[in-house]
Each structure stands twice: as C-alpha cells, then as structure tokens.
Design a protein around this ligand. Structure first.
Ligand code: FES
Length: 154
C-alpha cells in the first residue's frame, strides 16, 4: 500500500509518504521531520509531553494517526518563536521558572498556547491548573507553570 499525506508543519507544506498507516504524528514529526522538540513520554495519552496544536487544537500527538490528518495545520514547539523573539508563553516560562529538567516543557508550552488561544485560561490559578491538567511535570514545577500561563495571557 502506498499512502501519502500533506501537512502544513510550522507554516511549511510537507508531502510525506507513509510506509505504515499506523504511524503517529509524534513519530512522524520526530523520526521523519527531525522535529524532536515534541517529546515522547508515556506514548499512551497520559502525560502531555507530546502536545502539539493540530488546526489550532491541543492534541496528544502520540494518539493521533498521521493518516487521519491529511491536510492538517500543525504547530510544534519549533514553530512558536518568531525569529529571535520568543513567544510570550516561552518568555513567561523562563521568567517564572516554569520548568526544571525541561523534558515536559515543549508540551507544557504548546498546551499553554492552545489554552490561551481557546480563551480558556482565565485569570484564576485554579482554572489554569485545570486547563493544564493533561500535562504532567515529574519535577513538580507546577507553581511556576501556572504563574507563567497567567502572565502570558495578560
Ligand atoms: Fe503522548 Fe504521553 S507521550 S501523552
């Protein structure tokens, strides 16, 4: 079977052959496009390390079959800065120490960007924590992450 899809990844159109219809967006991004900023944690939809935006919506890329996303617009952590200028969410994570080891950080930032774009972040820390609850941080940097999301949307 010869399958191919077209994706727009960080603003660039890519036509990709799929040797296996079971390949996920996560593996496609990391293994085929060398976009390794998107991390593989659990590979089961539990940790959020693989979060990307698909057509503007937060998505666990480990659960998303590439073949089901022909024509999709994908934003990964590599595409959020504008040249040398960080996205406000990235800058806020640095300002508030919203990370420790950094492994979950790309997923946290993509989730925060999605949450803010959805208009779901609000100004209540509890609401931010709820909105970010799909992204786990084993270092426990949640206080900084919450502060970063609150600042970034101001
Ligand atoms: Fe996708 Fe954990 S790697 S949710």
């Amino acid at each position: 079977m010869n399958l191919s899809i077209t994706l727009t990844v960080n603003g660039r159109e890519r036509m990709l052959a799929l040797p296996d219809p079971r390949v996920t967006l996560l593996d496609l991004l990391r293994d085929r496009l060398d976009l390794t900023g998107t991390k593989k944690g659990c590979d089961r939809g539990h940790c959020g390390a693989c979060t990307i935006l698909v057509d503007g919506r937060r998505t666990n890329s480990c659960l998303a079959l590439a073949i089901s996303h022909d024509g999709a617009d994908i934003l990964t952590i590599e595409g959020v800065a504008h040249g040398d200028t960080l996205d406000p969410v990235q800058a806020a994570f640095i300002a508030h120490d919203g990370f420790q080891c950094g492994y979950c950080t790309p997923g946290q930032i993509m989730s925060a960007i999605g949450l803010i774009r959805e208009g779901q972040a609000g100004t209540d820390p509890e609401r931010v924590r709820e909105g970010m609850s799909g992204n786990l941080c084993r270092c426990g940097a949640y206080a900084g992450i919450t502060e970063a999301v609150l600042e970034a949307q101001r």
